[in-house]
Design a protein around this ligand. Sequence first.
Ligand code: CO
Length: 439
Amino acid sequence: MNFSNVNRELFSFLDHSPNSFFAVKNMCDLLKQAGMTHLYEGMPWNLEAGRGYYVTRNDSSLIAFRIPKADYTGFQMMASHSDSPVFKIKTNADIEVDKQYVKLNVEKYGGMLCAPWFDRPLSVAGRIIVSTREGIETRLVNVDRDLLIIPNLAIHMNRQVNDGYKFNAQIDMLPLFCDKGRESDTFLKLIASEAGVSAEDILDTDLFLYNRMPAVSLGLNNEFIASGRLDDLQCAFASLKGFLEAKPGDSVAVHCVFDNEEVGSVTKQGAAGTFLRDTLHRINRAMGRTEDDYLMSIASSFLVSADNAHAVHPNHTDKTDPTNRTYLNKGIIIKYSANQKYTTDAVSGAVMRAICRQADVPFQTFSNRSDMLGGSTLGNISQSQVALNTVDIGLPMLAMHSPYETAGARDTAYLIEAAKVLFSSSIEGKGDGSYKLKF
Ligand code: CO
């Protein structure tokens, strides 16, 4: 495994993916480069065995798949998410302050750590909808320069701040945009000029802040990495690389990346939506298979829900479970929760361990402390659409949901190797509790 090459590619992907729209666009570019065919939900699909395809929904979720043969066994899938907690720019963003400054009105998307958003260069990226002669059209915009800052209040004006502070999103978190100069200096004008359209042609926007700090390696021996959006683009990247590098097996390999995990997944493009179910059904029909064939293939399918996980924090070692302790660079984390916040059970945990052993990569196990509630993820949510054996895993990280998170320099490569095994394998299940694993 060449860890530094993997990280170089990962960093480029992270730096060019300020939010879900760009992450999906960059993954589409890599799939296209690899010779896969772009399908559209609004057009007919003519699928052939031996080929690879990809389809997006809302330009922010993606499913790529490779069909090895018409009589495939099942679907071997990995799902991650494209979104991260962030501040969204509200409509009518400009707020004038004392006729001197203009700041931007923003609101929270997801549950972020607020403090690390202060005092660092930020910018804006997302999509705009412009009117055209035929109707409307989506354009991606990234103001690729240091543009905004959310300044802290000086300690002299808030003496108790280091004893704990409650952030008010409407008061504390609004970024400074410009001096109040000309009437024409509006936020929408800037976005229009970046997109090469006139402000009047912009009908609506989905624009988000992002941290300008690029991804880096750090630690005495460069054993750590830090970047924005490691949760969950690190897993999305590893899943894509594994998908592209895997040898075809007996099952359809499916790489899924869903938007809106950070806000509960209940959107048309989220894991609770029909995107995966619709796509698997279309594959089934396109290959001339019956509904019974579909249900039998689901019984012989496996889903790896890949979303980053907490490593033991060096300053807060007591926050982790006493016997399931996870560390950076110690491999893929299999997550357990009795209440099924994580989908892992004895069967899917065993299959994942077998995959890691076959890939020759280390793995570790995670449970929340029994007196602490953890987060949840997309694995259990997607079950309401496509119910099948699923395991929840992730890569170990620190400072989850900060705009600058820390992870291990070796773990991405481990997940790529495991993904390669997953996407080449098949798991035959009759429904009697035994499974034939074919690697
Ligand atoms: Co996540």
